[in-house]
Design a protein around this ligand. Structure first.
Ligand SMILES: Nc1ncnc2c1ncn2[C@@H]1O[C@H](COP(=O)(O)OP(=O)(O)OP(=O)(O)O)[C@@H](O)[C@H]1O
Ligand SMILES: [Mg+2]
Length: 654
């Protein structure tokens, strides 16, 4: 019923002349008028066509106006109806209004009602238009509310409204929030006050006071908890709504479960830290290995020359004594270099199948001696402990280093507990545990009830030369060496420490799993002694001091020695001598061509050539693996003159 024009009206009036008059009057306003002379015809007309308005006379044959209306209103949509009646009757009027008739006009003799009718119709049309408009608005509102509700309900983000009075409650929650917190229904969740959902209930106070300050919070990360108590991280954005007096009436919020993202972030942070730490350790390891290598070369010379001097000073006890002191100091220096080499994994491990419990039991006395009487030793060794493949000497060194540290951390006494245990780490382990991998391991834990360490100290304990001890007391090498040994055994370690309470070092070694066939090639060193005279050795060593001492020692032992300072000159000597050598004794790492490349070339001239390599590095730089694979012999620096001679003799014997 868009406007007044084009509105169709059906008039039901048995008085034909009045009907005509009505039609004439209303046509002026350009209404489209149809007339019928009784109710039956009216109902028929309504079936065929829909009208915007009905004018119905009450007094008609066959059917009264009210009956017609009753009949129509049993159908659904009722157009606005105006009743016209000959005489005023309150009952009819009341009944008509009950049936939804909009207006009620009484035919007066003077025909005033004809003048009134157009304005009555106009008002009814306007009212009807307004009603329709309102209904349309309501429908739109309802629809948009529905859409909004379904949007909110289907979001993965929890939406809520809480009150803020002292006993605050959830006023409204969506489905997502119920799911996030693991409840069965909104009603179940609403039984609990908001603070119930905080992992630490006090955090709610901080949250509210933040909102009170600014009126809102954006992406606030809160540690909340689920129905079953498990913690979840949520990002909450919330806004306060104020009443007229300026107090917060309620808070609307959106809440997103960010636990997964948080977990990922945490893991990334840890990995980053570990990567940084391992990169740092690697750099220090390389540096330490390099220094140790240089030192070993020098010390080999110093020890060798001292030994030669001792021989020359047998008749002069005063000089011999001083030479002895030089030897002792050089050996001490060599031990330090050794610790550094162990840390940088440049010290070769001699691994065998090892029962860690036996090793600990065998060292019980030594350990007791280290810790003294003030400290109680407790051994908790698991029966039927799995074996591990390890170098017993190096493992002993770990035991000693950690025991010494523990004893030093318990100056007033305490308990040192050494325990062993078989542990199985499953596939779905917490990846955050650094270096952890799945499999079967032996856990060696050494714990004390001593001073403990701060976080800053813990972060640095594996660095070579890091010590908190007085000058002269600690070198800061014990744990660096321990770290190197553990890495060399494919294990890892964890440190737990609390200041004032104590420290626990947990070391994991892989359990031994037998393999069907194992190939190991050893340098065959034994005690057999054979005459050496006349054998020809080509010695290749870039360090002058070392070259000199070895050459002299071998010569003194009856060998014919040719010395070269690098691969090129060695090859030249070899060719000059037509390859007449029984042994090539060479350094691996040298400027220019390295020992292996040189060997390759020499072997192409003489297939059966025996080769002994020596190096201060036993990491990748020494090519140790390659050397063993190729069946060459290897002697680690620094070596004693004795060891060197034995090795050379051995090789030449077979
Ligand atoms: N059980 C422990 N309790 C408390 N602090 C310890 C413990 N073990 C090691 N530390 C700390 O770690 C530092 C490094 O230990 P590390 O064994 O490498 O060197 P050091 O004991 O100082 O010297 P060195 O072992 O070379 O004689 C120590 O100085 C000490 O601060
Ligand atoms: Mg120490």
């Amino acid at each position: 019923m868009a406007g007044i024009h084009n509105i169709s009206i059906l008039i039901m009036e048995d008085d034909i002349s009045l009907a005509r008059l009505l039609k004439k009057t209303l046509k002026k306003d350009s209404y489209k008028i149809d007339t019928v002379s009784d109710g039956k015809q009216g109902l028929l007309a309504l079936k065929q066509k829909s009208y915007d308005m009905l004018l119905i006379d009450q007094e008609m044959p066959y059917m009264k106006g009210l009956d017609v209306i009753r009949n129509i209103s049993s159908g659904n949509s009722l157009p606005p109806i105006i009743m016209i009646t000959g005489k005023g009757n309150e009952n009819i009027a009341v009944e008509a209004m009950k049936l939804g008739v909009r207006d009620y006009i009484i035919k007066d003799k003077q025909g005033m009602f004809l003048k009134l009718l157009p304005s009555v119709i106009k008002t009814v049309i306007e009212q009807e238009n307004a009603r329709k408009q309102k209904r349309k608005m309501e429908e739109l509102l309802h629809k948009s509310e529905e859409q909004y509700r379904s949007l909110v309900e289907n979001l993965n983000i929890g939406i809520y409204r809480t009150s803020t009075e002292s006993r605050s409650r959830f006023i409204q929650v969506n489905k997502a929030i119920v799911e996030i917190f693991g409840y069965n229904s909104p009603d179940e969740l609403k039984k609990f006050p908001p603070e119930h959902f905080y992992y630490n209930p006090d955090d709610r106070k901080a949250f509210i006071s933040k909102i009170k300050k600014t009126g809102y919070v954006k992406n606030e990360e809160l540690l909340l908890k689920k129905k079953d108590g498990t913690p979840i991280w949520c990002a909450v954005t919330a806004r306060a709504h104020y009443n007229k007096s300026g107090n917060i009436e309620w808070i609307d919020g959106a809440l997103e479960d960010i636990s997964k993202r948080k977990q990922l972030e945490e893991m990334q942070k840890r990995v980053q830290k570990l990567l940084l730490r391992s990169a740092k350790m690697e750099a220090i390891g390389r540096l330490a290995g390099g220094v140790a290598h240089e030192f070993n070369n020098l010390l080999t010379g110093i020890i060798g020359f001292s030994e030669l001097l001792s021989l020359q000073a047998v008749d002069n006890p005063a000089i011999a004594q001083n030479i002895d002191k030089i030897k002792k100091l050089a050996r001490k220096a060599s031990r330090i270099a050794n610790q550094l080499l162990i840390f940088s994994q440049g010290k070769q491990a001699k691994k065998t199948l090892l029962n860690l419990n036996n090793l600990i039991k065998n060292n019980k006395e030594l350990i007791s001696h280290i810790i003294g009487e003030n400290i109680t030793l407790q051994l908790l060794l698991q029966p039927r402990l799995h074996k591990t493949v390890a170098d017993p000497e190096l493992i002993e060194q770990i035991l000693v280093n950690l025991t010494v540290n523990a004893a030093e951390a318990m100056p007033d006494g305490g308990t040192l507990t050494i325990s062993t245990k078989n542990v199985s780490i499953s596939e779905n382990i917490d990846d955050s545990q650094h270096h952890t991998r799945s499999g079967n391991f032996i856990l060696l834990s050494i714990s004390d009830t001593g001073l403990g360490m701060s976080q800053e100290v813990i972060h640095r304990i594996f660095e070579p030369f890091f010590t908190t001890k007085e000058v002269g007391k600690g070198m800061g090498l014990g744990l660096s060496a321990t770290y190197g040994i553990i890495k060399q055994h494919n294990g890892w370690l964890d440190v737990e420490s609390e200041q004032g309470k104590g420290t626990n070092f947990k070391i994991y070694f892989p359990s031994y799993t037998p393999v069907t066939k194992r190939h190991t090639r050893k340098t065959n060193i034994n005690k057999v002694s054979f005459p050496s005279s006349g054998k020809r050795i080509l010695l290749v060593e870039d360090e002058e001091l070392v070259r000199d001492i070895i050459a002299r020692t071998l010569t003194d032992s009856g060998y014919k020695v040719f010395a070269a300072s690098d691969a090129e000159s060695a090859i030249n000597i070899f060719l000059e001598q037509n390859g007449a050598f029984d042994l090539i004794f060479s350094d691996v790492v040298m400027p220019g061509k390295n020992g292996l490349e040189m060997a390759q070339e020499l072997l192409s001239h003489k297939k059966e050539l025996k080769i002994l390599f020596s190096s201060g590095y036993i990491d990748d730089r020494s090519r140790r693996k390659l050397i063993e694979e190729k069946g060459f012999n290897f002697l680690a620096k620094p070596y004693s003159i004795d060891d060197m001679l034995k090795t050379v003799k051995n090789i030449l014997t077979f």
